[in-house]
Design a protein around this ligand. Structure first.
Ligand SMILES: *Cc1c(COP(=O)(O)O)cnc(C)c1O
Length: 747
């Protein structure tokens, strides 16, 4: 396998017809003669974007010409520039070789802080260019050889070997695809390497994911070290599966479990699968529909005990709760101080589990100190083990489904890996996808500090710059409307600002989550929730408004796809894949939207794809459509309705697993929407947005939820194409209309 990592030469004279130009070009030629690519540039340009070349290069040669040192002042400037560049590089990459190339200057002319970062000091005309080239190439190759983490390295070697395989997969390194035209297309699209490295676990030299042996195990250990945990298990079927593994390793039928009501559906699936009895902690919610933190008092053991006593199925269970699962980083980026949670709970819960699907980056930056589950220098709890499950594919550079489980042991307990692996095996395919394993390996290696810290800092920095840009646009528009980015009022004028600015303080209006405990919650700035006009944080509607669904549809037709859409909010993320181009394009697309909205442009012009699918909107103006929807939301007081339905108290009528069993046994009825009140659901009911389950098997429909479903039905009839999606609803055509049903437990 040949990788492209050129040697970058930075020399003012690279193209000049003078002695130093000739000298440096001779060196470049000699390097190329040895088979290594060279990239020659004459200046640094923008330092930080140039330093980003460190990810593409195998070494840098920085020249210091005599001319640059012609006076003390000039020398000082040259050294300053050199230092700035070296610092920029080393901030991201401690290992890439750096060489200085001088005419007559020697190390005497450079300060120690620069010298100590160098791999060599080359002097023109002292050695032959060929000799110098070989020396540089040797250093560059040594550097490249250290890059690949264990599993990826083994996979490269394997794919290179070119051995014939008799094992599955049956496509035999891609050859099967070549036998048909569509197969050829597939092969050409994904390419040889992806298919050659798609192997099965019969290949001994790659190790086994399922038993954690060989290079796979070495990579898991490497990732455990990088993520500051005692153990790391790679998972190739998403954090949905990681969650089930943690649960099945810990929870058995009849156990009490304490769960964030704002949890991912995989946690609810875990409840059903393990036969647990859930007691829920209730998060706050503001009227934008943004879900806030669970207040700190909810974690008090006394409060949890009260909840257990109030639960008809839990009250007689004598053992302590087996697990606590918290969504650590909500969709909108609200985080908890884990040390405060650990202190509050003490040893009243057997195992602590933080669903950090959105938070694998936190351990790499002090900004998030204590606001994530497991990290450097964090105290061990006395008794409970701490688990963190992370979707490396969401925030870091993993392929879809790349996920990992991290474990911190306690003072008194270690993790029995054999025992844990029984649950791991229960949920892992015996044919794991090796490209996903490799991406787990790479995602971890990429985050090795200082490079990982730099990546996270850049994401935070870009997200702050985005917020500053949005505020600048707002100011410039003066009294005219503009979008707001949800977050604290205080925002640093430049740079990273202060971590304390991002703590949620009690009773601040911007968040609307009420009286929060001091230091308990932080907003992760790299999640940016954008608020559209029309609704305020108290749930009061303006006369006019712009429902977010229209904005995100508009953005989608203009090539900007956002992560999640709420009623008057949508949200974007500044992952480590973010670029200035991406967020600036969003800002300009939003300006186009504003322009088209203010002019009330007809939809056929501004949403052509939408209109092609739904011609009835053809002649409506953009502003008029927004207003029609806004009026409907307002008439139904929808902000309050959705808040109430999520915060209303649910008394379970059955254990979730028992209600689900009714479905497996077909002891269910498909109940029409209008007759649902009081009935027990057998399924998970999840409206999108926000994608948070509203009812879980075994709970009864109350009036508010039925009202909401009636609203959704009416809305869907009035505004086809802008449907409120509710997973769990069964739709059937009855007399030419769409009727809705829910599978409920048979009476
Ligand atoms: C996305 C998500 C999951 C599931 O992760 P996948 O990797 O998509 O399976 C679990 N929990 C939370 C909070 C999530 O947002």
């Amino acid at each position: 396998m040949k990788f492209r990592f050129p040697i970058v030469i930075i020399d003012e004279d690279f193209r000049s017809e003078n002695a130093s130009g000739l000298g440096i070009r001779a060196l470049a030629e000699a390097i190329e003669q040895e088979g290594m690519e060279v990239l020659g540039v004459t200046s640094y340009g923008d330092l930080s974007s140039f330093a980003q070349q460190q990810s593409r290069a195998s070494g840098f040669i920085l020249s210091i010409d005599d001319e640059e040192f012609h006076s003390d002042e000039a020398a000082e400037h040259a050294v300053k520039q050199l230092r700035a560049f070296v610092e920029e590089i080393r901030w991201r990459n401690p290992d890439i070789p750096l060489f200085i190339y001088g005419e007559t200057r020697t190390s005497r002319h450079l300060p120690n802080d620069i010298l100590k970062e160098l791999h060599g000091f080359i002097h023109m005309f002292e050695d032959t260019p060929e000799f110098v080239a070989r020396y540089i190439i040797r250093e560059a190759k040594t550097y490249l050889d250290t890059l690949a983490p264990p599993f990826f390295r083994a996979l490269l070697n394997y794919a290179q070997d070119g051995s014939y395989s008799w094992h599955c997969p049956g496509h035999s390194g891609g050859v099967a695809f070549l036998k048909s035209p569509v197969g050829q297309m597939f092969h050409q699209f994904f390419g040889e390497n992806m298919l050659r490295s798609d192997v099965c676990n019969a290949v001994e030299e790659l190790g086994q994911l399922l038993d954690h042996t060989g290079p796979v195990a070495a990579s898991e250990r490497n990732a455990a070290r990088i993520f500051n945990s005692d153990h790391c298990f790679f998972v190739t079927n998403g954090t949905s599966t990681s969650n089930k593994m943690v649960w099945h390793a810990t929870v058995a039928p009849g156990d009490i479990v304490v769960v964030d009501r704002n949890c991912h559906k995989s946690i609810l699936h875990s409840i059903i699968m393990t036969g647990a009895i859930p007691v829920f902690l209730m998060p706050t919610r503001n009227h934008y529909g943004i879900i806030g933190p669970i207040p700190k008092e909810e974690f008090e053991p006394e409060n949890i005990r009260k909840k257990i006593e109030a639960n008809p199925f839990a009250k007689d269970v004598k053992t302590k709760p087996r697990i606590l699962t918290i969504t650590q980083s909500t969709y909108d980026g609200v985080l908890y101080n884990v040390e405060m949670i650990k202190d509050t709970l003490g040893d009243t819960i057997d195992t602590l589990h933080f669903d950090e699907a959105w938070l694998p980056h936190a351990t790499f930056h002090d900004f998030y100190q204590n606001m994530h589950a497991i990290g450097r220098d964090r105290p061990r709890p006395k008794d409970p083990l701490v688990f963190s499950t992370q979707s490396t594919h969401k925030m870091l550079a993993g392929l879809s489904q790349a996920s990992q489980i991290l474990v911190q042991e306690s003072e008194t307990r270690s993790l029995d890996r054999y025992r844990f692996n029984e649950a791991y095996l229960m949920h892992t395919s015996t044919s794991p996808q090796y490209a996903i394993i490799a991406s787990c390996d790479i995602a971890a290696a990429m985050m090795e500090p200082p490079g990982g810290t730099a990546l996270v800092e850049e994401s935070i920095f870009e997200s702050l710059d985005f917020r500053r840009a949005m505020r600048k646009v707002d100011e410039e528009y003066g009294d005219s409307w503009w979008f707001k980015v949800w977050g604290p009022d205080e925002l640093a004028d430049e740079g990273m600002g202060n971590r304390a600015d991002w703590l949620l303080k009690a009773n601040e209006r911007w968040h609307g989550f009420g009286n929060l405990a001091e230091g308990f919650n932080l907003l992760d700035p790299i999640k940016a929730t954008i608020i559209t006009p029309g609704l305020d944080v108290d749930g009061d509607f303006d006369d006019s408004g712009i429902p977010a669904a229209i904005v995100t549809k508009y953005l989608a037709e203009h090539g900007v796809i956002v992560e999640k859409t709420g009623l008057y909010s949508f949200f974007i993320m500044f992952t480590i894949g973010i670029t200035k181009g991406r967020w600036n394009t969003l800002v300009t697309a939003l300006q186009q939207f504003k322009d088209d909205y203010d002019k009330n442009q007809p939809l056929w012009r501004v949403l052509p794809e939408f209109v092609a699918a739904h011609p009835r909107y053809e002649r409506i103006g953009l502003r008029d459509l927004c207003q029609q929807i806004h009026d409907v939301y307002k008439a139904h007081d929808i902000a309050r309705l959705t808040t109430e339905m999520y915060t209303s108290n649910m008394v379970p009528a059955m254990k979730p697993t028992d209600a689900y069993a009714k479905m497996a046994h077909r002891e269910i009825e498909r109940v029409p929407l209008d007759e649902l009140e009081g009935r027990i659901t057998a399924i998970l009911l999840t409206p999108y947005p926000p994608g948070i389950p509203l009812l879980i098997p075994g709970e009864r429909f109350n009036k508010t939820i039925v009202q909401y479903l009636q609203f959704a039905r009416e809305f869907n009839e009035r505004f086809p194409g802008l449907k409120t999606d509710i997973h769990g609803l069964v739709e059937e055509e009855v007399d030419g209309r769409t009727a809705y049903f829910v599978d409920c437990v048979m009476l």
